[in-house]
Design a protein around this ligand. Structure first.
Ligand code: GLP
Length: 239
């Protein structure tokens, strides 16, 4: 795991966007795994700007998102507003789990199949939850898990309550499994702010265990972590 230290959220956003954009520019075809939440917002903003400036085509880009709430399109809307609307990517090339599917188990299988049919994920962007979750893989999730339905923990519900002012906050979500995520060729994890410091300390200095799902990333050979000062504040080398 490679740690890249940045000073603040702005630098993190810019570096993440430069990294992803260079991959988009250099590839003939690329499958991007995308995340939602507050942390990648700046990255999407910069990526949208670069794409306009360089008139970047997205005809060779496919995206698969990590998760969606059950009974909601919150993350569909987020992706549309913060990224897809700005880059002119064809709708057929963007994928998210359908949280409104009648048969959720079937939807999980369909989503796994989408990832498989695309040939797997080349670069997966991840945020990290305060309790160390990745995607919506909450503490206790097995490292071989595939796309599944989860009951969100109180910690996650509390952290994300602010996004549900117009609809009732769902208590369940569909998430790509840890096994699915670990099969990505490369992973870029973004961590900003002191609220993520405990999870980051566990990621780098804790034991690998499913109670802190992010620690399972230590099983992956190609992970870059971009972390700002706040997120690094509990790492031993920082004190
Ligand atoms: C949600 C998302 C995760 C995200 C996490 C952290 O739970 N499902 O993919 O990484 O929130 O979000 P934030 O960046 O807002 O702290």
């Amino acid at each position: 795991m490679r740690l890249i230290k940045v000073s603040d959220e702005e630098e993190l956003s810019r570096m993440a966007a430069e990294y992803v954009f260079s991959k988009i520019k250099r590839s003939e075809r690329i499958v991007l795994g995308l995340a939602t939440g507050r942390t990648p917002l700046g990255m999407y903003r910069h990526l949208s700007k670069y794409s306009k400036e360089y008139k970047q085509s997205y005809s060779h880009v496919h995206t698969v998102n990590l998760d969606e709430y059950v009974g909601s399109r919150a993350y569909h809307d987020y992706m549309q507003q913060n990224f897809f609307d700005h880059i002119g990517i064809h709708k057929n090339q963007t994928h998210l789990p359908d949280g409104n599917a009648v048969d959720l188990e079937k939807e999980c299988k369909r989503y796994e199949e989408v990832v498989k049919q695309l040939g797997g994920i080349d670069l997966q962007v991840l945020g990290i939850g305060e309790n160390g979750h990745i995607g919506f893989n909450e503490p206790g999730t097995d490292f071989s898990s595939r796309t599944h339905v989860v009951e969100l923990t109180e910690s996650t519900l509390r952290a994300n309550a602010k996004y549900f002012t117009h609809e009732k906050q769902p208590r369940k979500a569909i998430t790509m499994g840890i096994g699915t995520i670990l099969e990505s060729k490369e992973i870029l994890l973004l961590a900003a702010g002191e609220k993520k410091a405990r999870a980051l300390r566990e990621l780098f200095q804790g034991t690998i265990n499913s109670d802190i799902p992010a620690t399972l990333l230590n099983h992956h050979p190609n992970v870059i972590v971009l972390a700002d000062e706040g997120a690094r504040s509990l790492l031993e080398e920082e004190s």
